[in-house]
Ligand binder design. Structure first.
Ligand code: GDD
Ligand code: MN
Length: 371
C-alpha cells in the first residue's frame, strides 16, 4: 500500500509531562518553534487531568498548531509513566524529554539532535554537573539532596552519568524500546530508569546546561518524590524478588517501630504511665502512623480521604490486630519448638508483615478498575 507523502518525515518528538502547567504551554511551544527551524518535530504533552485545565488548553492549541499533540490521562499520576506513554505514542526516530516550565534550556535541543545523528551515540543527556552547566538558583537543601541522590544512584546502581537525575535528555527510539519492558516507571527519575533498565549499556554524550527558573506555576517535587526515588532504587535491586508495594509497606512498618519506641519511652518517662497503658498508646499511635503513611506513600494512587480515611483506619487496625495475633502465635510456636528468641521473634514479624500487607491490600486499599 502506498500513501501520498504529506510532508517531510518526522525526526524529533519532544515529550513533555504536565500537571498544572497551563501558563507555560504557549511560551514553550513558541520557543520550540524558534529553535527547531529546519527540523521536522512534534511536541507530545502528557497531562494527568490537571485541575487548571492544561489538557483543554493544549487541545485548543493543537487545533491551530499541527505539531502539538496531547495525551490526556484520567485517574493517573506520575512524571515517569507520563513520559513513557508519550514516547510510546510517537513514531519519531529521536525522542526528547523536557519539563514544561522552561527550566530546561530548549536552545540545547538542536545540539542534542546533532550529537545523536552525527556522533552515533544513543543517548544525549543535558547535564548540570559539568563544566558549563549549573543548578542556577537552588537553595542549599535542594542542592544537597540532588547531590546525595546522584551519589546514591552512582553507588547503588553503578551508573556513570554525571547527572542521572536530569529530566532533560534525548535518545534514539530503539534505545528507548530496548529498555521499555523493564522500566519501573515510578516517580520522577525516568532517565535513570531507562539507563539501568536497558539490557546493554547505552552509549551516551553529556551536554552542559544551566537549570533555569520556573516560568509560571509551582514545582511538584515533594517528599513523595524522594520516597519514590528510594523505592525505585529498591525496585532495581530487590524488585526481581519482591513487589514494590511490599517493600514500601515494610519500610513504613520499620518507621512505625521507631514511632512505637518513641511513644513508649515518652509515656513511661515523661508521663510516668504504667507499662501496659504506655504500650497500648504506643501500639495505637504506631498503627495510626503506619496507616497514614501507607495511605500517603504506598497507596497514593488509591488514597483515602474524609470519612473513607476513618473507615480505612478502622479496617487497617482490625487487619493488623489479627496480624499481631498471628505474629505472637507463630513466634510462640517456634520458640516452644526450640527456636532461639531472636529467630522466633523474627519469624513472627515476617508472618505478621505478610498478613498485614495482604489483608490491607485486599480490604483497605483494593484494586480499582483501570480506565
Ligand atoms: N503528567 C504528569 N504527571 N506530569 C507531572 C507530574 C505528574 O504526576 N508531576 C510533575 N509533572 C511535570 C510538571 O508539570 C513539569 O512539567 C515536570 O513534570 C517537572 O516537574 P517539576 O515539578 O517542575 O519538577 P522539578 O523542576 O522540581 O524537577 C525537575 O528537574 C529535576 C532536575 O533536572 C524534574 O525534571 C526532575 O525529574 C529532575 O530531577
Ligand atoms: Mn520544574
Amino acid at each position: 500500500m502506498s500513501f501520498p507523502k504529506q510532508s517531510l518525515p518526522l525526526e524529533l518528538a519532544i515529550v513533555v509531562p504536565t500537571f498544572n502547567e497551563k501558563a507555560n504551554i504557549d511560551e514553550l511551544v513558541n520557543r520550540l518553534g524558534r529553535v527547531l527551524q529546519g527540523i521536522e518535530w512534534e511536541v507530545v504533552f502528557v497531562d494527568d487531568d490537571s485541575p487548571d485545565g492544561t489538557a483543554e488548553h493544549i487541545k485548543q492549541l493543537s487545533l491551530v498548531h499541527p505539531r502539538v499533540r496531547c495525551i490526556h490521562r484520567i485517574q493517573r499520576r506520575g512524571l515517569s509513566s507520563a513520559c513513557v506513554e508519550g514516547m510510546l505514542s510517537s513514531s519519531a526516530p529521536y525522542l526528547a524529554v523536557m519539563d514544561a516550565d522552561l527550566q530546561h534550556d530548549e536552545t540545547r535541543l538542536p545540539v542534542m539532535l546533532k550529537a545523536l545523528q552525527q556522533m552515533g551515540c544513543e543517548l544525549v543527556v543535558g547535564t548540570r554537573y559539568m563544566e558549563g552547566g549549573g543548578v542556577g538558583e537552588w537553595d542549599e537543601s535542594r542542592q544537597l539532596s540532588s547531590r546525595f541522590a546522584t551519589w546514591l544512584s552512582q553507588r547503588v546502581l553503578r551508573v556513570t552519568l554525571k547527572d542521572p537525575m536530569s529530566g532533560f535528555f534525548m535518545l534514539r527510539r530503539e534505545a528507548f524500546m530496548s529498555a521499555v519492558h523493564n522500566l519501573s516507571s515510578m516517580g520522577f527519575k525516568i532517565l535513570l530508569d531507562i539507563v539501568v533498565s536497558s539490557p546493554r549499556k547505552l552509549s551516551f554524550t553529556e551536554i552542559p546546561y544551566t537549570f533555569g527558573l520556573r516560568h509560571a506555576g509551582e514545582s511538584k517535587l515533594d517528599a513523595r518524590v524522594a520516597w519514590d526515588y528510594l523505592l525505585m532504587l529498591a525496585d532495581k535491586t530487590l524488585g526481581r524478588y519482591l513487589p514494590t508495594s511490599l517493600i514500601s509497606f515494610g519500610a513504613v512498618g520499620s518507621l512505625g517501630v521507631i514511632v512505637h519506641v518513641l511513644v513508649l519511652s515518652l509515656a513511661l518517662k515523661l508521663l510516668a504511665w504504667p507499662f501496659t497503658q504506655s504500650q497500648t498508646a504506643a501500639v495505637v499511635l504506631a498503627m495510626v502512623f503506619n496507616f497514614h503513611l501507607n495511605n500517603f506513600l504506598t497507596y497514593r494512587d488509591k488514597q483515602l480521604h474524609g470519612w473513607m480515611w476513618w473507615w480505612g483506619l478502622v479496617k487497617f487496625m482490625a487487619a493488623c490486630g489479627v496480624g499481631a495475633l498471628a505474629n505472637v502465635g507463630v513466634a510462640s510456636w517456634a520458640h516452644s519448638g526450640g527456636g532461639g528468641w531472636l529467630w522466633s521473634g523474627l519469624a513472627g514479624i515476617l508472618v505478621g508483615l505478610m498478613w498485614n500487607y495482604s489483608a490491607t491490600a485486599i480490604f483497605v486499599w483494593p484494586q480499582r478498575r483501570k480506565t
